[in-house]
Design a protein around this ligand. Sequence first.
Ligand code: HEC
Length: 149
Amino acid sequence: MRVQFNLFRLRLASRAITIILVTWITSTSYAANQRDFTAILAQGKQVFADNCAGCHQLNGSGLRPIFPPLQHSVIVAGPAKINIQRILNGKPGTPMQAFKDQLSDADIAAVITYERYTWGKKSSAKALITPQSVNTERHTELKSRRGFK
Ligand code: HEC
């Protein structure tokens, strides 16, 4: 009887410890991710100010009719791939130049993360864009732009 009771307490205690540990580990890694995300947004804001705001303006409102606002952009709110491609390769024949030879993967990832987080509206646009995904797009030719001219 006594042994059983102690065993029960032991199991309860170990379960409590597990819960505490798991909570602690997930909350610290969440805090670390949040810190990273904040730092990347700050980096992206700087890259934007240095390279994009001249045309799109610091608040993303653009200068109509030549420089489009980013708030209403379907590209900024749309699939990340298309957005990355537009920054890497620009849009030939318009003032939107290619940035692939101007900016690193990390800077392009940061500026797109910032741009989508700030103006993308949809929550799907608010995810972190990684330098790896920029690098993948560097080596991918977009065959179909699926309605994104
Ligand atoms: C010299 C002016 C200029 C600069 C600098 C510039 N852009 Fe653009 N951008 C344009 C123009 C013009 C367009 C519209 C091109 C078109 O589709 O006709 C455009 C289009 C875009 C679009 C697509 C908008 C849409 O809905 O079609 C995005 C996103 C964008 N720019 C982001 C950026 C980012 C990020 C930077 C900096 C890394 C940047 N631009 C720098 C002029 C500029």
